[in-house]
Structures are given as C-alpha cells and as structure tokens.
Design a protein around this ligand. Structure first.
Ligand code: HIS
Length: 372
C-alpha cells in the first residue's frame, strides 16, 4: 500500500473523535452568543475572484494566497480572510440598506505561508461583522462580544489588547512619511524591531522630534493610563482624536462591565491595511497567536461600491482549542454511544430497539456481530 496516501500535506490536518466533538461544542457556544447579540448567519463561498483580495484591498499579500484558474481563465482564490468577502457580500445585497446590518459566520480560511513554526494553513474562524454603524458604541459592542464569546467557550484568563491605527497614522502624516516608509515602519514596529525602525527613520531623514514620537508608539501599552501618556506626546488632531475615541470606548466597556479584560497597545498595527480605526487582538496563555483578531474598516465597503463604516472580528477556533486544551479548560462533551449488536436472526428486534432508543434521544448505533 502507498503509505503516502494516508498523509495530509503540511499545514492541514484531520480532526476527529473527541477533539472534533469539543471543537463543534465550542463553536456552538460562541455561535449562541453571536446570535444573542442579534447577528444573523451568512455563508459566502470558499473561493472568490482574485480581485476581492487584491493589493488595493489591503488584505493578505498575493504570495500567501492559494490561487487557481477556472475554465474561463479567471483567477480564483481560496479565501485567506473573511472580511473582504463580507464587505463584498454586504455591498452586493444590502447596497441601499441604511440601518446597521449584523452578520455572523463560520468557515475555514487558507493561507499559503511557509512551513515555519508548524502553523496551520487551513484554520476555522468564526466571526461577526457590524456594518453601517460607525459609532464608538459599536466598537464597544464588538469588544464586549469578544469577551463574552471567549468566556462562553470556557476561557477564563485572557486579555483583549486594543490599538488605534489613526494614532500612528496621524504622526506619520505630520512627519511627512511617504506610503512606503509608513508601511515599512508599520512592519518594524509591529514586530517590536525598534532598532530597525530607528535606522529606517534616520536613513530617510525624518526630523528628530517625529522620530522620537514614532519610536515611542511601541511603548504605549498597558492599562488605561497609557492613553493619557500617549496624548501628552502628540499635538496633531488625528492622533488626539484617536486617543479621545479610545477614552470614550473605555467608558462604554465599563458600562458593559468588561473593562478588566481590556488593555491598550498603540504600537499594535495589523498586517491588514484595510483597518481605519480601532484594531484589537485577544491573547491568552498556551498559544503564541491571538485567539481573536479584529478592527474597524470604514473604507473597505467603498471599494465594492457601498459607502458604509464597519467593524468586526474573528475567533480563530483552532488556536482557541489549543489554548483551552493547554489550560485544561475544555468543554465537556457527551460521547456515549450505545452499541447494539445483532445477528441476522435478531436484526428486526434490534432495529426496533434502536429506533426506540433514538426516539428517546439516546445515541445508538447498530453493529453486526462478528463471528469469532
Ligand atoms: N479578518 C480579520 C479579522 C476581522 C474580521 N472583521 C474585521 N476584522 C483577520 O483575519 O484578522
């Protein structure tokens, strides 16, 4: 037999038995929360036209996409990220809607990354998107929903770290950075490579005072006090408004009673360029990657022809499962199955017994008796 046939490629895996039962149970708990907040299920296709994830969208870099062709020669892409698909879908079916719409969804995403760190290339994500509401209350609802979703899944210790793209962008604009420098700097700062960032800024001749402000961005993380400190350092209106918004958000989060799960990090910058306001990530111990990622993307729908602010997040279910497993906090699953064995002679009798048990909600499977 060809043993190779039994293997899956690098970065994808089978999930079965108890592990899968637990994953489904967690998905159901989170789904319950999303529905409770009034989010409606939506399903978009697993693959889309390449343009939905193109460079202008600011989504996953092209080299990380799984691309293929259809018979007509169109380039198709396995979705690496739900957000552009949701934006496309909202623009298509809710073009004239002016009341906020709430979508929730679950499915797998695919990224063709290197084989480093044993990262999965196919992961299950569950998410929610609130489209058409640009308010700080909408930001608050999203963060509260993240907290409640994680709690409902059985996670107890986690932190939702909140950043604001506009704070950083405000300083970049004031410092007169071109787009390329801004992008390079964003990557260095997100990777906490401060030496690299300093080298870049001095190399590009950025004024000393702006260099200081930009390099300081990565130091503004921690509890709500960091907002005051960050405000002291800047004098451009864009960055100041960003801080003002975070202060209001903190107030909303206190009303939800979730502030103890929240911290701030102004150096948090996403690899996605479609974010325009707050961005956030939830971390817990046991996994290096965030278990939740999200943010505001007020201009993305415009790309698909609908002007509407939007905010959303995804729970990376596979990473959440790893964390729950390591923390020994996994949900209990009922996996008792009653097995009824039968001979050819008593099949009818066993079948009616199985039917009666199933009618009572008892999981029952029939199995032919194997002769010794
Ligand atoms: N799709 C984003 C998360 C998100 C959902 N909605 C807005 N942001 C990600 O994968 O990081």
């Amino acid at each position: 037999m060809n043993r190779q046939l039994l293997h899956t490629p690098e970065g994808v895996r089978d999930i079965y038995g108890k592990e899968y039962a637990r994953k489904l149970a967690v998905e159901e708990l989170i789904h319950g929360k999303l529905r409770l907040y009034g989010y409606q299920d939506i399903q978009t296709p697993t693959f889309e036209f390449f343009d939905v994830f193109s460079k202008e969208i600011g989504a996953t870099p092209s080299r990380e996409l799984y691309k293929f062709f259809d018979k007509e020669g169109n380039t198709l892409v396995l979705r690496p990220d739900f957000t552009p698909s949701m934006a496309r879908c909202a623009a298509k079916y809710f073009m004239d809607e002016d009341v906020p719409i709430r979508f929730c969804y679950a499915g797998n995403t695919f990224t063709n990354t290197g084989n480093l760190q044993g990262k999965l290339k196919e992961v299950t994500q569950m998410g929610a998107e609130l489209i058409g509401d640009g308010s700080v209350e909408a930001d608050g609802e999203m963060i509260a929903l993240v907290v409640e979703s994680l709690l409902s899944a059985g996670l107890k210790e986690f932190q939702v770290s909140i950043g604001q793209m506009e704070y950083f962008k405000g300083i970049c604009t004031q410092a007169g950075l071109d787009e390329q420098t801004e992008n390079e700097l964003r990557e260095l700062i997100s990777g906490k490579n401060i030496f690299g960032a300093e080298e870049l800024l001095t190399g590009r001749g950025v004024a000393e005072s702006y260099c200081r402000m930009l390099l300081k961005v990565s130091e503004h993380f921690g509890s709500v006090e960091v907002l005051g400190e960050a405000k002291e350092l800047v004098d451009n209106s864009r960055s100041l408004e960003a801080i003002g918004r975070l202060e209001k958000l903190y107030h909303v989060l206190k009303s939800y009673g979730v502030e103890k799960y929240v911290s701030f990090d102004l150096g948090m910058l996403s690899k996605y360029h479609y974010y325009t306001g707050i961005i956030f990530k939830a971390y817990t111990y046991g996994v290096g990657e965030p278990v939740v990622k999200g943010g505001r993307y007020d201009r993305l729908l415009g790309y698909f022809g609908k002007k509407a602010p939007a905010i959303g997040f995804v729970v990376v279910v596979d990473d959440l499962m790893s964390a729950l497993e390591r923390q020994k906090a996994h949900v209990g699953v009922e996996d008792d199955i009653k097995i009824l064995t039968y001979h050819a002679s008593d099949y009818e009798e066993k079948l009616s017994k199985a039917k009666a048990l199933r009618a009572k909600g008892i999981r029952t499977a029939l199995r032919p008796m194997t002769e010794p």
